[in-house]
Write a protein that binds this ligand. Structure first.
Ligand code: T5A
Length: 223
């Protein structure tokens, strides 16, 4: 793959959507400005997300997060498989083709969400989740993952202030604390996960992200 796959992770309301948009604008400005240092004037920067990055994924997302199921509960293993189905479709039809033509893909959530939410949050078997992630991705990994680390309460308050909360956001606080613990464990064991303090202002969070990205762009020979 000649492009780069950059993932944003974290608990609810950490500011992923906000930061991804800001980073895209900044990358395009930096790399397409014709500045002498830029080696990538035609660079494509794609924003996508899981669940919901494809047409199939949008339907799965609606089912997972907002559908009125008249009181029927989505079972934990069904939830796990729905996230995996969304991912399989997303990677095959959108992410891989973009990476193959050299784009930078900024993705809101990926396999670590399943480990943190379904593994640590729901308590499903971690080895099984790893296997399922592998099936869904065909082994594709991110080149860099930003973990937007925020206090669970602050993140949930931000999400609630934004309006209607979805099925996952409605889970109890202990669930979200376990999810956070999942990200802590993941970050300990994977040097490609970069922890960002997401409790700060939008500008300060973006600044931390840009500082890391600059180093990567040099390493990856984009600038
Ligand atoms: N999930 C997902 C799983 O369980 N397993 C999986 O495998 C996968 C892939 C996805 C849900 O699915 C779960 C995880 C999630 O529960 P989603 O809507 O994509 O659902 O949920 P999130 O990814 O959590 O997205 P959110 O929209 O809730 O949060 P974001 O994108 O992290 O935050 P953002 O940018 O929308 O910001 C939230 C609010 O805070 C403000 C923003 O303006 C906005 O109002 N804000 C700030 N305010 C103050 N200071 C800052 N620094 C701020 N940054 C943003």
């Amino acid at each position: 793959m000649i492009g780069k796959f950059i993932v944003f992770e974290g608990v609810e309301g950490g500011g992923k959507t906000t930061q991804i948009q800001l980073l895209r604008n900044w990358l395009l400005e930096k790399l397409q400005s014709g500045q002498p240092l830029s080696k990538s004037p035609d660079l494509e920067v794609i924003i996508t997300r899981e669940p919901g990055g494809t047409k199939v994924g949008k339907t799965i997302r609606e089912l997972l997060l907002n559908a009125d199921l008249s009181g029927e509960q989505i079972q934990e293993r069904a939830e796990l498989l729905l996230y995996a189905a969304d991912r399989a479709q997303h990677i095959e039809t959108l992410v891989k083709p973009c990476l193959e033509r050299g784009a930078i893909v900024l993705c809101d959530r990926f396999i670590d969400s399943t480990i943190a939410y379904q593994g640590y949050g729901r308590g499903l078997d971690l080895a099984l989740i790893q296997q399922l992630n592998h099936i869904a991705t065909g082994g594709l990994k991110s080149d860099l993952t930003f973990w937007l680390d925020i206090d669970v309460e602050i993140g949930l308050t931000r999400a609630k202030n934004r309006g209607k909360i979805d099925r996952m956001e409605q889970a109890d606080i202990q669930f979200h604390q376990r999810v956070k613990k999942g990200y802590q464990e993941l970050a300990k064991n994977n040097p490609l996960i970069v922890q960002i303090d997401a409790n700060l202002t939008i500008e300060k969070v973006q600044q931390q992200i840009q500082e890391i990205i600059i180093q990567k762009l040099v390493k990856w020979k984009y600038i």
